[in-house]
Ligand binder design. Sequence first.
Ligand code: FUB
Length: 358
Amino acid sequence: MKSFASAAVVSALIFLGTQAVHSQEMEHRQFLSQPLVTSIYTADPSAHVFHGKLYIYPSHDVPTDIPDDDLGSEYAMHDYRVLQMDAPGKPPVIGPVALDVKDVPWASKQMWAPDAAYRNGTYYLYFPARDKQGVFRIGVATSSDPMGPFKAEPEPIAGTYSIDPAVFTDGDGKSYIYFGGIWGGQLENWPTGKFTAGSSTDLKQDDKPALMPKVAMLAPDMKHLAAPAKDAVIVDENGKPLLGGDHDRRFFEASWMFKRNGLYYFTYSTGDTHFLAYAVGKSPLGPFTYKGHFLLPVQGWTTHQSVVEWEGKWWLFYADTQLSNKNHLRNVKMTELHFNADGSIQMVDPFASPDGKK
Ligand code: FUB
């Protein structure tokens, strides 16, 4: 018994020592960029330039006692605040509450990663939330002001489900919505377009095509799908869909589309392997050929991106947990994104200092 107790004490000391070394290493890691705002927690930054000004539509993280789990129950957000930046490097203005879950007739909780769009004088806020039955759906709300407040439609957008809506408007004025997320995002529960109850963490079909993000063209009113959503298929270099077991490359969540030099870049998070990845195609509907990672893992479990051209430069918006070191209390950041001559995206290391030193 005594020797067991001593061994336990020695193990505990070794454990604490390892932890101390680990946290010292964490403290000494340099962050590539600093949080854009520090007075509230923000994540999932969807950045847009509307009429020359930059607006960021983030999740608004809140403290909670709900423990971390594979379904992301600890992400208990209930409202949105919009950020507005006048110039890179200038602190953003934090808008008032733009939409609260209590003002969304169909929703119950978990206002996760939103996005926004503009058409004909109206701003549209797209957002996921659990309905009264606990099923994630995607809603839309409108405003005449990009900062809100937004008024929610009474029902979720018919034909959408799961999480992480991202809306892309092409040069011809047509808009497309991308959505979906596995595990907590419940994409596993929609095998045939109908919700099927059951475990929603990984189908464990590693040798089958991975679950793909969904894409649909939006109707001109921006509140309905013009056609049913279909898979935005991500294929490998041989044209074969990425497989479910390919956790380093397969889609997990966080769809974001941008267009550069006529090429459509579909970007996303690989979730449990913590990369941001991209795939390119010749149509906003896909298919998209996997090209690689472009953000190495950040501090914290999730990150979620947007990529936008602003004032002649390309910017990556993402999030980590620098302020809190807690998975569910994140802070948004931005850094310049660089492309190679062949259109590939240069890797971003969130722990390199801007001059490239670790
Ligand atoms: O913020 C809650 C969820 O975490 C988002 O919807 C996902 O993209 C991940 O960032």
